[in-house]
Design a protein around this ligand. Structure first.
Ligand code: ADP
Ligand code: MG
Length: 380
């Protein structure tokens, strides 16, 4: 019923050998992520609390002696260019994420590279950062901070996506069984405070529900919301009161959401899962009504999950589709899954899928050993 996180390293190596005709020199993987709370706050100097998922993106690669850059992903995607693409104007499409990551680490020379992933694409689980972080981890050996700077540059500058810093930070710096509290105040890169996150030990689970509805970062809605929120955050308290709708609501979302992050961390630390659930639901209401980034499919998941026995639920990620997170007692999990599916069917929405929300580890390099010797100590 839940889609388990697979180990795609053996499949990645096999695909590399088939499509590039030799063994890869480097193997790495990086996790997708889900944000527990603190949505639309990272780019406003606020707080967020992501966890890395077990679902990951795997990158295997080998340098070439000529100037060809040959990229493949899954069964269907292929891109071929040469080193002239490593400078100059930005590319478009999926290859821009890989080439952007290569540019950001200053890669020079030809390269063969293959990607396999179990992170749903465009679902708000940050398949983009997982891909970029896996690439930078595969092709260079640098400190996590240097890799983070490169991963941010790749997505913000070379891909040109309007993302904050949450996705890359957690993909590179996560700790298993921990969430990462990130504070973007001051504009720099946050160090992140690991917050122990193992609700399973208390009989409670995090469930990730993918609505199957896909957002598009470039449809303008995300950028518009970001601009409104930035304008609202620049106002003084008096100006907020006098400002025209929707600015006061945007401001209220950001201020209340930052407060909820602090309260969720405190509740997690005292294992008060009822309170964590209630704060999740309050966050959803704020994102739905004040920030207006939810959609009917996400609202339906949250409503069905709550009435079926979840402690709380909320949309997660940028919104306009994608995923919700549900905090649910393990004893109620199957019931919640069944009721969320039934509600989607009854409403004529796409069939949702369900992923485990257990907190996984950061981007990591894997030794070039047989599958039974794969170093997953950091990845699990
Ligand atoms: P999200 O990060 O929420 O999944 P984005 O729109 O930010 O959504 O990034 C999705 C894009 O990242 C895809 O459209 C594709 O270009 C690229 N991408 C992500 N994963 C892969 C992959 N495994 N193979 C090829 N491209 C990928
Ligand atoms: Mg993304």
């Amino acid at each position: 019923m839940l889609i388990p996180a697979p180990d795609l390293l053996p499949a990645s190596v096999r695909a590399f050998v088939e499509r590039h005709g030799r063994e890869p020199s480097w193997r790495a993987s990086a996790p997708g992520r889900v944000n527990l709370v603190g949505e639309h706050t990272d780019y406003l100097g606020g707080l967020c609390l992501p966890v890395a998922l077990g679902h990951r993106t795997w990158v295997v690669a080998a340098p070439r002696t000529d100037s060809r850059v040959h990229l493949t992903s899954g069964d269907a995607l292929e891109w071929s260019g040469d080193t002239s693409h490593l400078t100059g104007s930005p590319l478009r499409g999926w290859a821009s994420y890989v080439v952007g990551a290569l540019r950001a680490v200053g890669w020079q020379g030809g390269l063969d590279l293959h990607v396999e992933s179990s992170v749903p694409v465009g679902a708000g689980l940050s398949s983009s950062a997982a891909l970029i972080c896996a690439v930078v981890t595969a092709v260079t050996e640098r400190s996590p901070d240097d890799l983070l700077r490169a991963a941010l540059e790749a997505e913000q500058v070379h891909v040109g996506a309007p993302t904050g810093g949450m996705d890359q930070t957690v993909s590179l710096l996560a700790r298993p069984a921990h969430a990462l509290l990130l504070d973007f105040a001051g504009g720099g890169l946050p160090a992140g405070r690991p917050v122990p996150w193992s609700p399973e030990r208390d009989g409670v689970e995090l469930l990730v529900v993918d609505t199957g509805v896909r957002h598009a970062n470039d449809d303008g809605a995300f950028a518009r919301r970001r601009a409104e929120a930035e304008a609202a955050m620049a106002l003084s308290p008096d100006e907020v009161v006098a400002a025209r709708d929707p600015l006061p609501r945007r401001r209220r979302h950001v201020d209340s959401e930052n407060d909820r992050v602090r309260r969720v961390v405190a509740a997690v630390e005292r294992h008060d899962w009822t309170e964590v659930g209630a704060l999740f639901t309050a966050s959803h209401v704020s994102l739905r009504d004040d920030h207006e980034v939810s959609c009917v499919e996400l609202d339906a998941v949250v409503e069905a999950a709550r009435t079926a026995g979840a402690l709380g639920a909320r949309m997660t990620g940028g919104g306009f589709g994608g995923c919700a997170v549900v905090l649910v007692p393990t004893t109620q999990r199957d019931r919640v899954v069944a009721r969320v599916s039934a509600a989607a069917r009854a409403a004529g929405h796409p069939e949702p899928s369900f992923l485990p929300g257990e907190a996984g580890g950061p981007a990591t390099r894997h030794r070039a050993a047989g599958p039974s010797h794969v170093d997953l100590s950091q990845a699990q």
